[in-house]
Design a protein around this ligand. Structure first.
Ligand code: ADP
Ligand code: MG
Ligand code: ZN
Length: 483
């Protein structure tokens, strides 16, 4: 007998902030330096040192809170979370607990092929990252690298509102895109600057109460988060159906074997003996500061997509693709600016089609596109101005790509690719081709109208794609009627 189960998911995300210095000292906040070269007595938690809050961290927390429609707590407080681990020299982490900086936020997600939904964001709080224990390639010992201690983090905690792996994936994509638009985090899951823990439980469909959750860690891509949720939900269902009980615990995702395994029993909040951080005063924020930050907020992906649809007339799909990252949206807008008199739709077609096709095929980022937005814009403008045909434009695009940019107008002029719109020149070509095919003319005039395409093709071939197809069509139709 099998009951129908519903999966319930809440995500905890740790974002490393892109500040220049660390959260409580002046050390550089930089990834990749030689071990223990980016540290000071504060990082190493020498006795007697005192933390001082980096104001850039506070500003980024406010920006992120505003972006998810959260309430900014004007008086918030740091708390000490006590636990022992070799990469945590202080023996505690400075975090926020009862009075976090942001509460009651939300994110609208649009999972593919499913209705959009509002997902609650319980809280966002500021905290400090720990160091790293190194085990790999070391014999009979473990080393500790404290470079990462003091890296500022925002922990973003969702309500248990997500109901499937697909929704969790959509939530992660949307949130990652927002922190990138805000330039508060690079969103790199592989390098660990955007880390996700997934809390997963199941319950019989229709039940009120949530089931017991397991927290899954070690998820370094959106794909792995989705796979882990699917595996974990099924594991819990199988367990319940065979008469077992889910226990609250922390589990690790094993991407090679495609399964989660128990790591440790889940700590409860009281295990951490939280108390207000005595070394830092409460954070008091002036409303003017929030207003000032609000005034510098960039246009976020949802608003941008709405504008692309409503003002530029793009399809829902194109608007979604083009706003997925602020770099791509920026590329599109720069292309559009240079493409007048062409319209937004043709620019969107070029960017999502020829350009992104090539970018994806070669595994590049849009920021590394060999064809600059200005060049692509000028190319599209030339099509609209009838200087070149769409077909020739593809040839010029390939040239721009190969030579890493350049002026498309120069290329067209130098290679003599200008479209022939000269009526007389095209007429001569039309007459020449028609003279070669009297039997086809007869067939056309007897009703085989699809032969028009054959004639157009022959003329385009003869002019190496340079004849204006509109003019060719007009002339042909005239000639074929009267001859
Ligand atoms: P902890 O630090 O103990 O994990 P948090 O409050 O930081 O606690 O995070 C708890 C996370 O677990 C939140 O994202 C919340 O939505 C989620 N959660 C809570 N209960 C459940 C449940 N029964 N099933 C799935 N997720 C849950
Ligand atoms: Mg947790
Ligand atoms: Zn330091």
């Amino acid at each position: 007998m099998s009951t129908d189960f519903e999966t319930v998911i809440g995500l905890e995300i740790h974002t490393q902030l892109l500040t220049r210095s660390k959260i409580f000292c002046g050390c550089p906040n930089r990834f990749g330096a030689a071990p223990n070269t980016q540290i000071c007595p504060v990082c190493a938690a020498f006795p007697g040192v005192l933390p001082v809050l980096n104001r850039a961290v506070l500003d980024m927390a406010i920006r992120t809170g505003l972006a998810v429609n959260g309430q900014i707590r004007l008086r918030n407080e740091f708390a000490r979370k006590n636990y022992f681990y070799p990469d945590l020299p202080a023996g505690y982490q400075i975090s926020q607990f009862e009075l976090p900086i942001v509460e009651h936020g939300e994110l609208i997600i649009e999972p593919e092929g499913a209705p959009s939904r509002r997902i609650g964001i319980t809280r966002i709080h500021m905290e400090v990252d720990a160091g790293k224990n190194l085990h790999e390639g070391i014999q009979g010992a473990s080393w500790v690298d404290l470079n990462r201690t003091g890296t500022p983090l925002l922990e973003i905690v969702s309500e248990p509102d997500l109901r499937s792996a697909a929704e969790a994936g959509a939530y992660l994509k949307k949130l990652r895109s927002i922190v990138r638009y805000l330039e508060v985090c690079d969103g790199n899951m592989e390098e660990g600057s955007f880390r996700c823990d997934a809390n997963v439980s199941v319950r019989p469909r229709g039940a009120e109460r949530f089931g017991t959750r397991a927290e899954v860690k070690n998820l370094n891509s959106i794909r792995n988060v989705m796979r882990a949720i699917e595996y974990e939900a099924q594991r819990q269902i199988d367990l319940i159906e065979s008469g077992g009980k889910v226990v609250q615990e922390t589990r690790l995702w094993d991407a090679n074997q495609n399964l989660t395994r128990s790591m440790r029993g889940k700590e409860e909040a009281h295990d951490y003996r939280y108390f207000p951080e005595p070394d830092l005063p409460p954070v008091v924020i002036a409303p003017e500061r929030i207003a000032a930050i609000r005034a510098t907020m960039p246009e976020l992906p949802d608003a941008k997509a709405r504008r692309f649809r409503d003002t530029l007339g793009l399809s829902e799909y194109d608007a979604g693709v083009l706003t997925a990252s602020h770099e791509l949206a920026g590329y599109f807008e720069a292309t559009l600016a240079g493409a007048a008199p062409a319209d937004a739709k043709s620019v969107a077609n070029w960017v999502t089609g020829d350009l992104l096709g090539r970018i994806n095929k070669e595994g590049l980022e849009i920021t590394a596109s060999p064809v600059p937005a200005q060049a692509l814009g000028a190319l599209i403008a030339m099509i609209q101005e009838n200087v070149i045909s769409g077909k020739i434009a593809k040839t010029v695009f390939a040239l721009l790509w190969e030579q890493g940019g350049g002026d498309p107008r120069r290329i067209v002029a130098e290679k003599g690719l200008n479209q022939v719109t000269d009526q007389g020149a095209i007429e001569a070509e039309v007459d020449r081709i028609l003279a070669l095919h009297p039997e086809k003319i007869a067939q056309y005039q007897a009703g085989k109208s699809q032969l028009l395409g054959f004639f157009v093709g022959e003329i385009m071939k003869a002019t190496r794609g340079k004849a204006n197809p509109g003019v060719v069509n007009e002339l042909l139709k005239n000639r074929l009627q009267t001859s």
